[in-house]
Design a protein around this ligand. Structure first.
Ligand SMILES: [Zn+2]
Length: 117
């Protein structure tokens, strides 16, 4: 096992940082082994890229939903726009779901590495 920095994002996701220290076992060889251990956790103020992308899509979805609500209050005269916005919301929802699943899968994999260490 070798020691690395661990960056923790505001969204609680994290990534490995710089290599810090060899473990006892690998010290003599000067190599790093495959096992990663946390040397220190460094908190970051921002969210990870993936969460930022998801948030951006959620904001677009919210904007489309707001537009639909407003247009419907106006008596639904902008039917074509409402339909298009509904399509956008459906597409965005599918994308958001896929991105969250992708992120969970990624962190589940890293999580296994960490537990194994
Ligand atoms: Zn995140």
């Amino acid at each position: 096992m070798c020691y690395y920095d661990n960056y923790q994002y505001a969204c609680r996701d994290w990534k490995w940082g710089n290599f810090r220290m060899h473990c006892q076992k690998e010290y003599r060889t000067g190599e790093t082994c495959g096992m990663k251990m946390i040397f220190q956790t460094v908190p970051l103020n921002e969210k990870c890229t993936q969460c930022e992308k998801i948030e951006k899509k959620k904001r677009r979805r919210q904007k489309a939903l707001d537009d639909i609500a407003r247009w419907e209050r106006d008596g639904g005269k902008l039917q074509a726009s409402i339909e298009k916005a509904r399509d956008d919301v459906r597409a965005l929802e599918a994308e958001i779901t896929a991105m969250i699943a992708e992120k969970d899968r990624r962190y589940a994999t890293i999580g296994n590495t960490r537990r194994a260490a």
